[in-house]
Design a protein around this ligand. Structure first.
Ligand code: TYM
Length: 495
């Protein structure tokens, strides 16, 4: 990892909630965080196309940050009386360049809506763990998962693609004591076609469901996309159903999985809505401003939305599955961009009588143009979609995949390529399952024995059949199958 990269985690403001997460922390003064907190300027969800109004709001907000952060912290510390020792020690290790000027002045960012870094190697995930206060998935944890499940760990775990966690040991302790848990993940249906990056959490969740044999709930936040994008409610709901087909095609078991659209389920489930309201009551506007960068000109739907993404973390949101039990812990696999929602959720959980959800975080599947940003559905050339034809996949990779190869064949043969920045190689680490083959490719490319064109060919040959197989499976998913998955019902578990 390039530790010189100046990564400003804009918008993921830690002043409000991350610290309270760690119960070991004694009281911390607001100025300590504010003095070198990572975020001076909160952008916000609307940043996809910031309005002049929003920009103005952000600028004026700069001046207010100190007071807001202090108030948010004050409330939280008052509520918990808990401290933040590990955060403090982590902060001590934090290089000062993290606290650089805000994005828009040439810096990099990571938040639920944007990911960018100036390093061709991608985001510095080790730093991110320190800043988010999560824990690294180390070899000991991977070995323990293997022991507990009796299964070879998924290559996403073996290769550090899922790299960070919160409370995974607690989940394993409970599981060893025959106490069940459930899985919760989600998707914001902003378009009909999902891209390959969106598959990462679902592929991994499917593996987790297989090896732990636990219930799974999948939230489709069509309400979120209506609030954030220029889309009608009908479009968002339709995309939710279309995306559900792609999710079902990942192979989930209908007897163990409940998929729901917020627009449908909120009106059907008093349990779910009650939990939304409980969360809403326990998080202040200052706190969500601090975490998500909301401004005075954001609509109130956005401001209260985090409570809706939090609520499925609590088992009473699904009385039909958990028979009203409130003590079933939840494990959330997602990419690390979603962590702000769940830092907030973990802070609120004990105050409203629920266990904190545990998390498993993945790295980002990079854009074709390079690991400076994640694959994004809004830029068709940055992404390989699950609807792309074999020819489109080939053309996109050949044309756009950033290469770590040298300029001429002679130079490449002599000096070798750089797999740390080569997007085709990065994609293979996600999707080429055979460890030995991957290692051979790494060695051959680094030595210059394998040329960029040949490496790209390997990737094309890996992705084309994978996407075609997905498309075939999706074709088998009927409206009736989706209806079954999306009907609130009892699953094949006794609670
Ligand atoms: P969304 O639709 O942006 O993303 C869906 C899931 O895919 C992950 N993801 C990626 N993973 C790897 N590489 C990428 N390039 C990449 N892009 C996206 C996201 O982290 C997410 O796990 N608000 C959420 C929907 C949601 C949710 C949840 C997600 C509701 N509840 C619980 C995770 C867990 C959203 O818009 O995700």
């Amino acid at each position: 990892m390039d530790h010189n990269v100046n990564v400003v985690y804009r918008s993921l403001n830690f002043s409000a909630l991350d610290s309270v997460e760690d119960d070991r922390l004694p009281g911390r003064r607001s100025w300590e965080r504010d003095a070198d907190g990572p975020v001076r300027e909160a952008g916000g969800p609307g940043r996809e196309s910031p309005s002049p109004e929003n920009r103005k709001g952000r600028e004026s907000r700069r001046g207010r940050r100190t007071a807001d952060a202090a108030e948010a912290e004050g409330r939280l510390q008052g509520a918990h009386g808990s401290g933040v020792q590990s955060w403090m020690s982590a902060r001590r290790q934090r290089p000062t360049q993290d606290n650089g000027p805000s994005a828009g002045e040439g810096d990099d960012m990571v938040d639920p809506w944007n990911v960018s870094t100036s390093s061709a190697k991608g985001v510095d995930y080790d730093k991110l763990i320190v800043r988010f206060g999560s824990s690294k998935i180390d070899q000991e944890l991977v070995d323990r998962i293997e022991r507990v499940t009796g299964q070879k760990p998924h290559h996403f775990l073996r290769r550090g693609i899922f790299f960070s966690h919160r409370d995974m040991h607690q989940i394993l302790d409970a599981f060893e004591n025959k106490k069940s848990f459930y899985l919760y993940t989600g998707r914001g249906p902003s378009s009909e076609a999902m891209h390959v990056g969106h598959l990462i959490p679902f592929i991994f969740t499917k593996w987790l469901q297989d090896v732990f044999d636990v219930p799974l709930v999948i939230q489709l936040t069509d309400d979120e996309k209506y609030l954030w994008k220029d889309l009608s409610l009908e479009e968002c709901h339709r995309y939710a159903v279309e995306n559900a087909k792609d999710i079902v095609a990942c192979g989930f078991d209908v007897n163990k999985t409940f998929i729901f659209s917020d627009l449908d389920y909120m009106g059907m489930s008093p349990g779910f809505y009650r939990n939304v309201v409980k969360v809403q009551k326990h998080v202040t506007f200052n706190q969500v401003k601090g975490i998500f960068g909301f401004t005075d000109s954001d609509c109130i739907g956005k401001i209260s939305f985090p409570a809706i993404q939090a609520a499925p973390s609590f088992s009473t949101s699904f009385p039909q599955i958990f028979s009203g039990r409130k003590d079933v812990q939840c494990l959330i696999p997602c990419a690390i961009d979603q962590d702000p929602y769940f830092r907030m959720t973990r802070d609120v959980a004990p105050r409203i009588g629920f266990p904190k959800p545990a998390l498993l975080h993945s790295t980002f599947f990079p854009a074709l143009q390079g690991a400076q940003t994640k694959m994004s559905a809004s830029d068709p050339n940055s992404s390989i979609f699950l609807t792309d034809t074999a020819k489109q996949i080939k053309n996109k990779i050949n044309k756009h995949a950033f290469s770590g190869g040298k300029d001429t064949v002679e130079e490449h043969r002599r000096c070798g390529g750089n797999t740390d920045v080569d997007v085709s190689f990065m994609y293979l680490t996600f999707f080429l399952e055979d460890d030995e083959q991957l290692e051979k490719i790494r060695q051959d490319y680094s030595s210059g024995a394998l040329l960029t064109g040949e490496l790209k060919k390997r990737l094309i040959e890996t992705l084309q059949p994978m996407i075609t197989a997905h498309q075939e499976k999706r074709k088998q998913v009927t409206e009736e199958t989706v209806r079954q998955f999306m009907t609130p019902r009892r699953l094949d578990f006794d609670f």
